[in-house]
Design a protein around this ligand. Sequence first.
Ligand SMILES: [Zn+2]
Length: 400
Amino acid sequence: MGLRRNRLTMTRDRARKMATRAAANGSYARAARIAKDTPNILTEDAHRRMLGAFGAAGWPTASDGFPEGGQWDGYPGPLWSILTRPDQEIWDADPDDGDQVDLTIVPEFTFIAPRISLNSGEAMVHRVPATTSPTDLVTEVSAALAQAREREIAKLTDHAACTICGDHYPARHLLAPTAKDELTVCPACVFDGDLLARAHPTRLAFEIDRLIDEDLAIPAGWSAVAALLASAGGEAFAAHLNEAGAMYVPAEHWSDPSLLWIWLPPNSRPAALASLGPGASLKAVVEAVERAHPDLRERFRATLAEDLEEDPDADHEDYLVETLWPAVIAYVVTLGTQSQERPGHRPPWHVLSDSFEPGTLADHFAELGSGLDGRSLHVTFTLEVGVRTVAEALGWTTGF
Ligand SMILES: [Zn+2]
């Protein structure tokens, strides 16, 4: 996590000031009250328990693994967590060093979203004493995060239109997938055949990371685009991104798409996703779908064999199902989320109306250094049949 730390360093001083402010506003008194009846709490234990609890709830988590400037930083899902001892000026000390710190003061978590708020301001700042049980902490912070996202989405004004499909979005939520800056599109249209300029997945990856880090109202579908690019590109794309520019440090989900954060439908949910919070890692989402529909992947493969008019008994043929399955699930779940979160708009299932164009996919894959042949019908068919099959299993009607 050393690399990501650099991206966040600029916001550190601000967070420290915030923690000090919190202490001045009465957190200390609350912490002191709690401390009377509780044994000393080590910040290292509390930090580890917090990350473990979010991990158990299906969130991707990351951490520096050591305290810096008197605080522990963590990254559960789209949040930045800071653990400090309120009212303790220990910027250079270990927050668990009893010689320099009053260990009877109960440490306090501050959860902040978006993770980088310099440009956008904080959409959520939520404080929880470290004495809170890990289960309660996840429940409480999940609810705060869901409410913060709902508030941010309610504030959006959709003044811009996708170059390809014409659907309206805020201008900052439309990104340019090619070398032409002015051709900005919605998540459903990234691989459309009408985008004739040279594919530019490196820039697109950077823009997606920027939205993930800075914008709590990001359209859910950008995680699906990231899942497809990362699944197709593999280590070659991750290495390419690492060399892309001195100022840009790519997120870990480019080398491991299972770590991608997936925003889940806020309201009526398919049973398969009912046990998860406001979002989860792509890994947890895939596992949840497979648990609820154990035969789905095999049905998907059989449907593909039938559509491609090949021998359905030739079970050695995979049709890229293994490679693209997580991306397929990411598309279905996030477009289902977008359908709910943008009720005044048409649902984005028009991704199934020729938006996975073999030539455009091939251009992106070539730029990614992918071993996949985008021109092979398998890629397009696997994505389209996959999205239809999984959407149907989750009870959603795509209309395509
Ligand atoms: Zn579009």
